[in-house]
Write a protein that binds this ligand. Sequence first.
Ligand code: SF4
Ligand code: SF4
Length: 402
Amino acid sequence: MSNTPSSVAGLSEPRADSSSPIAQPAPPLWLLAELTYRCPLHCAFCYNPLDYARHDRELDTAQWRRVLTEARALGAAQLGFSGGEPLLRDDLEELVAHARGLGFYTNLITSGVGLTDARLAALREAGLDHIQLSFQDSTREMNDFLSSTRTFALKQRVATLIKAHGYPMVLNCVLHRYNLPHVGAIIEMALEMGAEYLELANTQYYGWAWENRLALMPTETQLREAEAVVAAYREKIGKRCRILFVVPDYYETRPKKCMNGWGSVFLGVAPDGAALPCHAARGLPGLTLPNVAEQSLSDIWYHSDAFQRFRGTAWMPEPCRSCDERENDLGGCRCQAFLLTGDPARTDPVCDKSPDHARVREVVMHGASAALAGHATASEYPLVFRADAASRAFASGDAKAR
Ligand code: SF4
Ligand code: SF4
């Protein structure tokens, strides 16, 4: 799994006007099935919740089949299998075949661990359309450091296998202070592997990435240099490999239309069946997430408080409420607003019209000055790697989020 909301390919435009109130919203287009929080990797930027260990129950095969059937009946057309590492579920092939039978376009988002030749053949047979393989860096040392595993060589083998089975090569690499200076080498690696598509996604600061924000936040110079490298490669390689470079919100003055609008096109289902209007919504206070084991997806999508809460524009506070740009970004990201201000209903502080914009600048400046301090950074802000023991400590309150 990668870190960013944009990592499921082909997110489409909403089909209904997003202005509020919405009597009957358009159906979801995109279902993200987070099959499990289990993962062999320990990425320091993982967007799974810090306390994921608290939610260790997983929907069984029959429940997932029902979720897929209901989502397709609602109108969803694109399906991402994610996690954790979805390959840890041995019913993945059955779920892919079921989704294929329903007419979904299916995408597997994977670290590559467990993707053997036999498994690839079975997934091909089941009708899997698309695979997105994540790397952490172009060097073995950094890849293995950031995931706290020895997986670089394995990922290289898996990339070859994916090609051999006739899939397009789609690579994802999450960027931050540690690997932004390697962007050119990461692109070269992707070209050597014959990648048709490379997503260079700057870290979004939720979950473990939020915990590690001061260690991962790049400097503005790093970002601008990386952007220039990407632009030069685009010019040089043309259509040989499409490179997507997603600039981090913290360096913008307007937020993104998060998930294309709350309850607009995206429906996530967590391993335990919690339905998510956004990947990171599990961390929002005061939001009771409906569960697919107890309610139909239709009921959840059209009637639950969680999916209605920030839909459209009626919920907006000032300055968004009277802003003539409100349809462009729908007030930005609710999770970002909560993490930076403690209130999920405030204007996203990324916006320079927000009264809280200084908080974003503070994180950026703090991170940048830590970066400039060089080695002092590592001891001042040691990375907290995603791991079950650490997650249990967050869940029990033995560890406090920074
Ligand atoms: S630890 Fe890494 S590979 Fe595993 S779910 Fe998190 S980001 Fe994905
Ligand atoms: S004030 Fe709100 S609606 Fe206006 S640009 Fe900023 S975030 Fe968007």
